[in-house]
Ligand binder design. Structure first.
Ligand code: SF4
Ligand code: F3S
Length: 107
């Protein structure tokens, strides 16, 4: 089991999640974060911290978001670890809750 970052993180990237992870398993891309499934210990701490409600347990990923399970595993291998909170995207609030953001994912 692991936790998964889903679509609503894209273009928001609030990074509050990073602050609570005890095993530093978040990895950072240009406008999205992912969780390394091999490092996540299922502590659940990050899930309530995300202002975009983008983090879910692998078995509770919302319908239509299943592809993010694979995407987290894939991108975690490529992107560097992030261990400190940083400023969210400048227009993060504007993008919070917008549908179909996968098309904006930058790699
Ligand atoms: Fe880190 Fe815990 Fe969230 Fe897994 S569930 S990503 S270990 S904070
Ligand atoms: Fe993304 Fe939420 Fe973390 S928006 S960076 S998963 S706090």
């Amino acid at each position: 089991m692991t936790f998964v970052v889903t679509e609503n993180c894209i273009k928001c990237k609030f990074t509050d999640c990073v602050d609570v992870c005890p095993v530093d398993c978040f990895h950072e891309g240009p406008n999205f974060l992912v969780i390394d499934p091999d490092e996540c210990i299922d502590c659940t701490l990050c899930e309530p911290e995300c202002p975009a409600n983008a983090i879910h347990s692998e078995d509770e990923v919302p319908p239509g978001q299943e592809q993010f399970i694979q995407l987290n595993a894939e991108l975690a291998k490529i992107w560097p670890t992030i261990t400190e909170v940083k400023e969210a995207a400048p227009d993060a609030e504007e993008w919070n809750g917008k549908p179909e953001k996968l098309q904006y994912l930058e790699r």
